[in-house]
Ligand binder design. Structure first.
Ligand SMILES: *Cc1c(COP(=O)(O)O)cnc(C)c1O
Length: 384
């Protein structure tokens, strides 16, 4: 059977046979159980033993996520950070990992307080210029770890070129695909070895759950990660698995509409005198060919003054001043003090994460209402 379109896979996964689940429930059941019974010693009749290791609801969600990334397998974790931490367990002391400098702040913190203690050597470069990666490679480089578009500066890195370098040096290419979701970008098809998702964002899509996924086509890596998950125990609960599964059903329509809203808002921001710079991949004319089928709904922008940024944060009413992204509600974030507080100040300044930078995750409200809210907030006075 040929692969069905992604809209179909969001709802059904890869359909290879008629829905056979018990009682023929249309919505997949939540198997809220810690353990599974056995009949014969040494046999595992249901295929399930204990929910830390595997659970039918989690397995179904993993199948669907794997189908979206065209992966042989996906492993569900209790958060995006748990998924990333598990990937770091693939490496040994003295291994070097080259990371995008435009990286989720939580990953920088993970490296600062855990990876370094474990002896990993982490280097940060601007991966949007591929030469920087080539220059940073050492004989101990075991992985290139990128986010594209990056967070929060939206730098786009060429996945195919990274994959070529990784292969040449025998390193793994790991791509955090949270910002575009599998709907707009499939890094495994472009040569990545591992794809990571924070399922808390676009996949679940409703700002109501925390989850993470690792997807791969490499059998050996997949088996290692399953063993790490079973051993360290940060697996996704049955109920949260179900919430992600339900959220994914509408992924395609949400991604399209959120992107449409983001385009309108990015263009409006460009025309405002109080806004100095708008960072949105959809405004960039030279994106790597064939890499992404959309530019998503994340926008960062720099205001003319710190006072203007603070006025927006203080005065927005419809838009919520909160961390996170990818959900139905439009959220605005102050990266310098929220998501990227753990990035050293000199690095923040160099990258452009300053007191004037705001990040917007555009939701599903009417775009004109979001614009009106931003307009009123900008014109509103900052009372001190
Ligand atoms: C949120 C996020 C993470 C971490 O995921 P959690 O589910 O919050 O643990 C990792 N990478 C990116 C790009 C994110 O946005």
């Amino acid at each position: 059977m040929t692969e069905q379109a992604i809209e179909t896979r969001c709802i059904h996964g890869n359909v290879t046979e008629k829905n056979q689940n018990e009682n023929r429930a249309v919505s997949f059941p939540i198997y809220q159980t810690a353990t599974f019974s056995h009949i014969t010693p040494g046999h595992n009749e249901s295929g399930f033993d204990y929910t830390r290791e595997s659970n039918p609801t989690r397995s179904r969600t993993e199948e669907i996520v794997a189908s979206l990334e065209s992966a042989d397998q996906a492993i569900a974790f209790s958060s995006g950070m748990a998924a990333i931490s598990a990937c770091m367990e693939l490496f040994s002391p003295q291994d070097n990992i080259i990371c995008s400098q435009d990286l989720y702040g939580g990953v920088v913190r993970l490296h600062n307080i855990i990876s370094r203690k474990n002896g990993l050597d982490i280097s940060y470069v601007d991966t949007s210029n591929i030469e920087n990666i080539e220059k940073a490679v050492t004989p101990r480089t075991r992985a290139i770890y990128i986010e594209t578009p990056g967070n929060p500066m939206m730098c786009v890195t060429d996945i195919r070129l990274c994959s070529r370098i990784a292969k040449r040096f025998g390193a793994l290419l790991i791509v955090d695909n949270t910002f575009l979701s599998p709907y707009f970008q499939n890094p495994l098809k472009l040569g990545a070895d591992i794809v990571i998702h924070s399922g808390s964002k676009f996949l679940s899509g409703h700002n109501d759950t925390i989850a993470g996924f690792v997807c791969t086509n490499n059998k050996e890596i997949g088996e290692k990660l399953r063993l790490i998950s079973k051993t360290t125990g940060a697996a996704l609960s049955p109920f949260d698995s179900w919430l992600v599964m339900r959220g994914i059903k509408t992924l395609s329509v949400r991604m399209e509409r959120q992107q449409e809203n983001a385009r309108k808002i990015a263009e409006w921001l460009l025309s405002q005198k109080e806004i100095a710079t708008v960072y949105y991949p959809g405004l960039d004319s030279k994106l790597p060919e064939g890499q992404m089928s959309g530019t998503g709904s994340m926008i960062s922008f720099e205001t003319e003054s710190e006072a203007a940024a603070l006025a927006i944060l203080k005065n927005v009413k419809l838009i919520t001043f909160a961390e996170s992204l990818g959900g139905t509600e439009t959220l605005i974030t102050y990266p310098m003090v929220q998501t990227h507080a753990d990035v050293p100040e000199e690095v923040r300044e160099r990258i452009g994460i300053n007191a004037r930078l705001l990040r917007l995750s555009v939701g599903l409200e009417n775009a004109d209402d979001i614009i009106s809210d931003l307009k009123a907030a900008l014109r509103g006075k900052l009372s001190t």
